[in-house]
Design a protein around this ligand. Structure first.
Ligand code: GLC
Length: 486
């Protein structure tokens, strides 16, 4: 390929740091495009299309430049589509403005999400056409952007400009598929398609946007090699196993492990910390623990091992395992700090326990970047007992901050953390969905904690592990080149 004339990649996604994010997807869209551009050495240019939520980080709101407006037509609706632009590090970010759809308190969770994101997916194509910026590859993420390749196959099928565009769909979590009743109302009235095209979206009698994206894209990837295998199985596929097996058989399925942004997560510079430290000098790590203990009104004592959890409080994060052994675990000399939001059931459960074990347990129901960084920096152990985990970023961030991960070997956790008993081990792991097995591993870790020399060595090992994007960005580029050759 010739760097005078770079190929164009457009990422289209429903969230991205530092503008707005609700979880791991936002982190990946915030960091991967930068690494792709860096590694591509002029062979690719990178743009990102996002919805312009009213919730956009204030620091960026004033930096957006209004470019133009056009109209996106879906069925009988002619919707306003404003185009704003922001450029940083040679990446162009385009924001699609429509207050009716995006001026809301949250990013997701509305009765009309199918309509909101169908609009966004179609508007993304309209913006490319309007600006005459026709990509070679469109890389979409999760079901919210899943209608985009479906539209390329249907409404834009005869559009000459778009004939050579290739699409890649990345699944960040197969649990969320965008499932709706299958009827004329949604296919025709909401999506603006003809019933003849409905088959693209139909799965087991329902509309399934993720299935449509899998069917209509040229390649499908997911965020770790192990998860790419797991989603072929019933236990992990949330009913989509017939579709995942089909695309696997067609040679369309890939698994590439995520990385983290090592500049964004850097304990030697992170302003959220009480004290900065690095892998050569992490005495200040203890300082963080002491200050966090004081801040959270826990007993202040450097010698009490602290276990951190920063997690969405939902079932697939393995919280039932934690519940099963919590009372037992809290008998130990230990402090546990949990940060997250999610199902009321888990929120209430952990809050109740906090009352009972107030000198050992803090539960903070919030999504709070600043506090999460303080917890990573202060914790000695970081617990992630997920039932399933497409990739998981927290175990990587925890490692960078010297909190040793304790994980269940599933999905990306299996691909990133190996037990200390194995060669190049970098954490504690357990395999079964078995609370007792988990408890034993945690107890072993607590025992190791008392051996200061061993612990110090382990923390160094963990901090030395490179979870940056460099290897994975290369794999993405290989995938882009492969798809262009097809
Ligand atoms: C989702 C997955 C998580 C993954 C993240 C980024 O949040 O649940 O495992 O790390 O997406 O791909």
């Amino acid at each position: 390929m010739n760097s005078q004339n770079p190929k164009k990649i457009f990422f289209v996604a429903s969230e991205a740091q530092p503008f707005f994010a609700s979880g791991g997807l936002g982190e990946v869209i915030g960091s991967l495009p930068k690494r792709i551009l860096k590694n591509a050495k002029g062979e690719f240019s990178v743009s990102v299309i996002l919805p312009l939520y009213a919730k956009i980080n204030q620091a960026y709101q004033n930096k957006l430049v209004y470019l133009a407006s056009t109209t996106t037509k879906l069925s009988w609706r002619n919707q306003y589509c404003g185009i704003f632009k922001y450029e940083e590090n040679n990446i162009k970010y385009y924001f699609i403005d429509n207050e009716y759809y995006f001026k809301r308190d949250n990013l997701y969770g509305y009765f009309d999400d199918a309509e909101r994101f169908a609009f966004f997916s179609k508007a993304a194509i309209d913006v490319m056409l309007y600006l005459n910026e026709i990509p070679d590859i469109i890389h979409i993420h999760d079901w919210q952007t899943g209608m985009l390749p479906v539209y390329l196959r249907t409404l834009y099928y005869h559009n000459e400009k778009l004939q050579h565009v290739k699409t890649i769909f990345t699944i960040h979590n197969i649990e969320y598929q965008g499932i709706y009743n299958y009827d004329q109302d949604i296919i025709e009235d909401v999506f603006g398609l003809s019933m003849n095209d409905g088959y693209l979206l139909e799965y087991q009698g329902h509309v399934n946007i993720m299935k449509g994206a899998m069917e209509a894209s040229n390649l499908v990837s997911t965020v770790s090699p192990t998860y790419a295998e797991e989603i072929l199985q019933k236990e992990f596929a949330h009913n989509l196993e017939y579709e995942t097996k089909r695309i696997k058989d067609e040679g369309k399925l890939r698994g590439i492990l995520n990385g983290i942004d090592k500049v964004f997560y850097n304990p030697s510079k992170d302003k959220a910390l009480f004290a900065n430290y690095d892998k050569k000098n992490f005495l200040n790590k203890t300082q963080n623990k002491l200050e966090l203990q004081a801040m959270l009104n826990l007993p202040v004592d450097a010698n009490i091992p602290m276990i951190g959890m920063v997690s969405r409080l939902v079932a697939h994060k393995g919280l039932d395992l934690v519940k099963d052994i919590f009372a037992n675990l809290l008998q130990e000399k230990i402090q546990i700090v949990i940060l997250g939001t999610g199902d009321t059931y888990y929120e209430d459960y952990f809050k109740d326990l906090e009352d009972r074990y107030y000198n050992k347990l803090r539960v903070i129901i919030a999504f709070n970047q600043d506090l999460s960084r303080k917890i990573y920096a202060s914790s000695d152990l970081f617990l992630m007992p997920s039932k399933s985990e497409p990739c998981g970023l927290s175990q990587m961030i925890a490692s960078r901050y010297g909190a040793i991960p304790v994980v269940r070997t599933t999905g990306g956790l299996k691909d990133s953390i190996k037990d200390f008993t194995l060669e190049n081990g970098n954490g504690y792991t357990f395999e079964g969905l078995d609370a007792k097995e988990m408890l034993e591993v945690i107890k072993k870790a607590l025992n190791d904690y008392n051996n200061k020399d061993l612990w110090q060595k382990q923390v160094e090992t963990v901090m030395n592990k490179d979870f940056g994007w460099s290897t994975s960005a290369k794999e993405y580029l290989k995938m882009y080149e492969e798809i262009l050759e097809k």
